[in-house]
Design a protein around this ligand. Structure first.
Ligand code: ADP
Ligand code: MG
Length: 279
């Protein structure tokens, strides 16, 4: 464990171990009603174990964000329920941290203030919140940039601040909605490796949404593939690549097979959806 974390008063990242079980039971989500009704997620059930790294992979518009938002508590399911550690999700809460594709930092606050914001809202003193902010800025390698404003940082750095900000509430589940989608390919690869490193230290459950097959296979313990809209899970693929992972693993047979399998499932699903639309 990092020294900075060992000395910290609030629950340590190790404290999140054993927490973060996510249960999605018969969840379907429909927006609007009557003639305007639009089903975004078809009945879906799924169990995620504490500390697991799960990627939800699917085409644009299939309902990935909607399903993730239901776990976050931003969207209420129309049927079924989502629970985290046995408690039904009814609204957003500090046990679930969210990182979006857009960096969503407060532009008028410094990096340090952005990360300290959550702990401050939770009632911690500036000293306590500041110590948490420094811990997590250290974890994402940005301690020296605490006094900068978000606009003064690159996209990758802003996204690392976003991750630090989400972790500063010590969530048991980290929800990530295409967090690296706006980054260039090289930065993205670096961010993926650095996220895995942070996850290894923090031990939190991660649900990571992406439409990128390589990203899903590289990161996940399990890849959940969603159908075309309205989405439901059509494949639950365990990824057995060893950890820690590095980008050179893309040449390993397990990687190549898993990637090909995902592509085959996605291709078959696109064909099915296309044929259905043409009836
Ligand atoms: P994805 O993240 O997979 O691209 P989304 O979950 O964002 O897909 O969207 C799934 C479907 O639900 C889309 O057709 C989208 O237009 C619709 N949708 C998402 N949010 C809302 C909302 N708040 N109101 C109405 N429709 C929505
Ligand atoms: Mg989305």
């Amino acid at each position: 464990m990092l020294d900075v974390l060992k000395n910290h008063k609030t629950p340590t990242p190790d404290g999140s171990k054993g927490k973060g079980a996510v249960s999605i039971e018969n969840v379907s989500i429909t927006f609007g009603s009557g003639a305007e009704a639009h089903q975004a997620v078809q009945t879906t059930s799924l169990e995620i174990k504490p500390g697991e790294f799960v990627c939800i992979l699917g085409p644009s518009g299939c309902g990935k964000s909607t399903l993730l938002n239901a776990v976050a508590g931003y969207v209420r399911p129309s049927t079924g329920k989502v629970s985290v550690d046995g408690t039904e999700v009814e609204k957003p809460g500090p046990d679930r941290g969210m990182v979006f594709q857009q960096y969503s930092l407060l532009p008028w606050k410094t990096v340090y203030e952005n990360v300290a914001f959550g702990p401050r809202m939770a009632g911690q003193s500036w000293t306590e919140a500041g110590s948490v902010a420094n811990t997590f800025l250290g974890m994402v390698g940005l301690k020296k940039f605490g006094n900068r404003y978000p606009a003064e940082l690159s996209g990758g750095m802003q996204q690392r601040v976003g991750i630090a900000r989400a972790l500063a509430n010590y969530p048991s589940v980290l929800l990530m909605d295409e967090p690296f989608g706006a980054l260039d390919a090289q930065t993205r690869l670096m961010m993926q490796e650095s996220l895995l490193e942070i996850w290894r230290k923090f031990g939190t459950t991660v649900i990571f949404v992406t439409h990128d097959v390589d990203e899903a296979v590289f990161l996940a313990d399990r890849v959940l593939i969603m159908s075309a809209a309205p989405g439901h899970i059509i494949e639950d693929l365990p990824i057995t690549l060893p950890r820690p992972r590095s980008s050179d693993m893309a040449a390993l047979p397990e990687y190549v097979q898993a990637r090909q399998h995902c592509l085959d499932v996605i291709r078959a699903e696109s064909r099915r959806a296309f044929a259905e639309q043409n009836i």
